[in-house]
Design a protein around this ligand. Structure first.
Ligand code: ADP
Ligand code: MG
Length: 295
């Protein structure tokens, strides 16, 4: 597939407000989603997040890996559900984590191997966020972000409140939720169009010299008919990282299954097959480098 021309980047500062939008303080914010590094709470149009502590992140990473190994041995449906529903996996893990933090001695969590995993994770997260701020602020590729003076908001669940000084535009849903909904409503033509749009969005990123090493459907969101990157944690501008990721990508024979679309597309092997072909034609060294801006 021929690389598309780059859109002109429109860099802009995040909008700084004199005070927090009223809807964020008007009531208790509902937990909307969570990842390894943060828990996200929402009002009608905005989301705020709580950063997890290093200990919480460590426990999640360790258990995530253990569970991935374990899942292969779990009885059919349960294993598949955990594999295909990362949100379910994280909810399940959260229950384990709080127990594990209490039982496992501190020294073990911070053993040298785990410490290095945590450091890599943290570095990638900081770098991704910085890259997004520099190259994507004001663009179509990420949700809008606002800043305001530190304010206490009330949240559902522990710890009941949060100090926040920034918020992000709330997306309609994650791309994974969008896909699930379209499949449930038997709207497979639209579903396929969204998959094409995902590949286009990724190419738009590449033409800005940015590559997402963690391009999971849950890390993207939709706003109207736009796809935005929610989780900037995996962003890199280093070609060595890109090439490493692409090498791993080459061995994936069914990209749609890895993205968690295996069950959704089970009765539509034609769509799955076409998507896998398009993915392979797009997510490879030649195409990525073809999009990449000249140094
Ligand atoms: N702007 C947003 N609007 C709506 N939901 C969001 C938004 N940002 C994050 N989320 C929800 O929170 C989840 C975790 O966010 P993410 O940035 O991926 O965290 P992590 O860096 O911990 O992986 C997402 O999968 C999504 O469900
Ligand atoms: Mg994430």
């Amino acid at each position: 597939m021929a690389p598309q021309p780059a859109r002109i980047p429109a860099p802009a500062e995040p909008q700084v407000l004199g005070e927090i939008p009223e809807e964020l303080t008007g009531g208790t914010l509902r937990r909307l989603g969570e990842g390894i590094g943060k828990v996200v709470y929402a009002s009608e149009h905005w989301v705020v997040h709580r950063e997890r502590s290093p200990r919480e992140i460590t426990a999640l990473i360790v258990l995530w890996k253990a569970l991935r190994r374990l899942e292969r041995f779990l009885p059919g449906a349960w294993g598949i559900r955990l594999r295909e529903r990362p949100s379910r996996r994280i909810r399940f893990l959260r229950v384990l984590v709080h127990g594990a933090i209490l039982i496992v001695p501190r020294a073990l969590w911070y053993g040298s191997h785990i410490r290095s995993v945590l450091m890599v994770y943290h570095r990638n997260r900081v770098r991704g966020e910085r890259l997004a701020q520099i190259h994507l602020t004001g663009s179509d590729l990420i949700p809008k972000r606002i800043e305001f003076p530190p304010t206490r908001v009330s949240i559902g669940g522990w710890p009941g409140w949060l100090m926040v000084s920034e918020a992000t535009e709330r997306v309609d849903g994650t791309l994974h939720q969008k896909m699930t909904q379209l499949a449930r409503e038997d709207r497979f033509v639209e579903l396929e169009a969204w998959l094409d749009r995902l590949l286009q969005t990724r190419r738009d990123g590449w033409s800005r010299g940015l590559f997402s090493t963690d391009a999971h459907l849950k890390n993207f969101g939709t706003i109207g008919d736009r796809i935005v990157l929610l989780d900037t944690g995996g962003l890199t501008n280093r070609l060595s990282d890109v090439e490493e990721r692409l090498r791993a990508e080459e061995s994936a024979s069914r990209p749609h299954a890895r993205l968690g679309l295996g069950t959704l597309l089970a009765d539509h092997p034609d769509i799955a097959w076409r998507f896998d072909q398009k993915w392979k034609a797009s997510v490879n060294r030649e195409t990525v480098l073809g999009c990449w801006p000249a140094a």
